[in-house]
Design a protein. Structure first.
Length: 433
């Protein structure tokens, strides 16, 4: 936990109080950074200590809290703002001479890059602490990636670039217009991808990873879920878009981890058939919607989903005439005098298409809507945490900057919960009440 500097006889706060500083104090009070401080101070021992470790670290946190896009922007604010200098722990007697030089900050950031494991450890500790305050944290999660452009143009036909760690990423968006015509849009960027697992209820990140932009989303699903499972024994559902569509991953999620995949699906059928035969007069489409054909009129009806039978690993469907009361000419012939035909479909029929929460059910649609949580976190990372406009080059620097942003996000959420401001846990910029 960050050390809160003891107030001096004369304080800028006596002259000009500011609720803005309370946000920084909330982060410093909550962040479990003692181990990091001890390591950095131990390495500094016996050397010049013009700019003490802890105030410099606190000022780096302040840069994130107050949305400074560069170290120079932070330094300008520190030079003019004595109250902020004192809050960070700089000696007020030295006034603006206590503000570290650009080289001092560069040195500090290099040391922090070498301590990435401790940044990740802080992230994990904050997740565990939040789990104590929010018992259902991690119950329903969503996975997604976001593009982060490097502060480098990059070159498509050459390796000459100011950021050799980065590469080109591409995303394709497809859809259908109101008139039935298809559209397609391809976006490209030079830089990196931030892969996130986010809690759908509280919109807080629970796992992250930075990769090159070309890294496929689906390749990060398994390792990220295995890391998230270290914090949450019971993850009930995982929501994702079509980028994570994979039969083998659906199987892994449910069979190995007991997680029900709520992942959108692409149409991989190469033929032009709208449906495929399951058996007798029962067919299904690529989205897992099950239909029956009337044996007399051959009219098609969507069957009623009646739940997942865990002991059988099957999806249960029932005759729509029996469930909804609709008229069917072949009802008697199809049901053979029973209360309507019942169909059980094993998940093994096709692990891509058939999942424990049927794709045609209202529950699947409701759970899939939870994916917007990760989109909102991505938006806050861009707008509130400065990744829309930044000056970062290099994968190590990008990973550090992402890690710092996320631990500030989590520590702010934890601080607000402890101060009975849980409704504002997702806000970085709102002042404390």
């Amino acid at each position: 936990m960050a050390k809160i500097i003891q107030q001096k006889i004369f304080s800028w706060k006596d002259v000009e109080g500011s609720g803005e500083l309370e946000r920084l104090t909330m982060v410093m009070e909550t962040l479990p950074d003692n181990e990091l401080m001890k390591e950095l101070e131990h390495e500094r021992k016996g050397r010049r200590d013009d700019y003490p470790v802890r105030p410099v670290w606190n000022s780096i946190l302040a840069a994130i809290v107050y949305q400074h896009s560069s170290i120079e922007s932070l330094r300008r604010e520190l030079l003019r703002n004595g109250e902020l200098r004192e809050a960070c722990g700089f000696d007020p007697a030295l006034a603006d001479k206590s503000v570290p030089s650009k080289d001092a900050y560069s040195s500090m950031l290099k040391k922090l890059i070498s301590k990435q494991r401790l940044i990740d450890k802080m992230f994990d500790e904050l997740i565990d602490e939040l789990g104590k305050c929010l018992p259902d944290l991690g119950r329903h999660v969503a996975i997604d990636s976001k593009k982060i452009e490097s502060h480098s143009r990059g070159k498509k036909d050459s390796q000459e670039t100011s950021d050799p760690d980065a590469d080109w990423g591409h995303k394709t968006y497809k859809g259908k217009r109101a008139d039935g015509s298809l559209w397609e849009k391809i976006t490209s960027w030079f830089g990196y991808k931030l892969h996130l697992v986010v809690d759908c209820t509280y919109e807080l990140p629970v796992e992250y990873k930075v990769t090159k932009a070309s890294r496929a989303d689906v390749e990060e699903l398994k390792p990220m879920i295995e890391e998230a499972k270290k914090h949450f024994e019971t993850i009930e559902t995982l929501t994702g878009d079509k980028a994570y569509d994979s039969g083998s991953h659906n199987e892994m999620l449910y069979d190995e981890h007991g997680i029900k995949p709520v992942i959108d699906i692409r149409n991989h059928w190469k033929d032009t058939d709208e449906t495929r035969l399951l058996f007798a007069n029962i067919v299904y489409d690529y989205r897992g919607t099950v239909y029956c054909h009337c044996p007399r009129s051959n009219e098609r009806y969507e069957m009623a989903f009646c739940g997942f039978e865990k002991d059988r690993n099957t999806l249960k469907y029932k005759c729509p005439s029996a469930v909804y009361g609709m008229k069917c000419k072949g009802y008697a012939q199809c049901s053979n005098g029973t209360q309507g035909k019942i169909v059980r479909i094993p998940l093994e029929t096709d692990r891509r298409i058939f999942v424990p929460i049927a794709r045609s059910s209202y529950k699947w649609k409701r759970m899939y809507n939870g994916r917007t949580a990760v989109e909102r976190v991505n938006s806050r990372i861009d707008l509130s945490f400065g990744f829309e406009h930044h000056f970062i080059r290099g994968k190590a620097k990008m990973t550090l900057r992402v890690g710092l942003a996320l631990i500030v996000m989590l520590s702010m959420a934890l601080a607000r919960i402890k101060r009975n401001q849980a409704e504002d846990m997702r806000s970085l910029i709102k002042q404390a009440a």
